[in-house]
Design a protein around this ligand. Structure first.
Ligand code: FES
Length: 115
């Protein structure tokens, strides 16, 4: 679509906002929440670095879940079937689709106690 006053009208770029950092990042359709957070310095926990095997990259979806790919088998394995209650997803398995804005909450890192 072209507007003669403003130039080509491009579809809006999707964004992900990472709370509690108030960090709103523009991203491309198909990128995972983990990839966007990782390249932007958002401290999302990980062991497997986005392979879907460690289950540590959990985020809570606050809004825009309709702009993420559906819950998959890797997420069911690590999180169970309680998304409708917890709204938790594995950030590496949640990919942007449809060009909307998503807001997620990143949990604080777990502190390991020494015995
Ligand atoms: S980074 Fe390991 S499961 Fe997502």
């Amino acid at each position: 679509m072209w507007d003669c006053h403003t130039g080509p009208k491009l579809p809006p770029m999707p964004t992900i906002t990472f709370e509690p950092f108030h960090s709103r990042i523009t991203c491309a359709d198909g990128e995972s929440v983990f990839e966007v957070g990782h390249r932007s310095g958002v401290p999302i926990a990980t062991i497997c670095v986005g392979k879907g095997t460690c289950g540590t990259c959990r985020v809570k979806v606050l809004s825009g879940e309709e702009f993420l790919t559906p819950f998959n088998a890797a997420e069911t394995k690590h999180l169970g079937n309680v998304y409708f209650i917890t709204k938790e997803r594995l950030s590496c398995q949640s990919r942007l689709r449809g060009g909307g804005d998503v807001v997620v909450s990143v949990p604080p890192p777990k502190v390991q106690k020494k015995d």
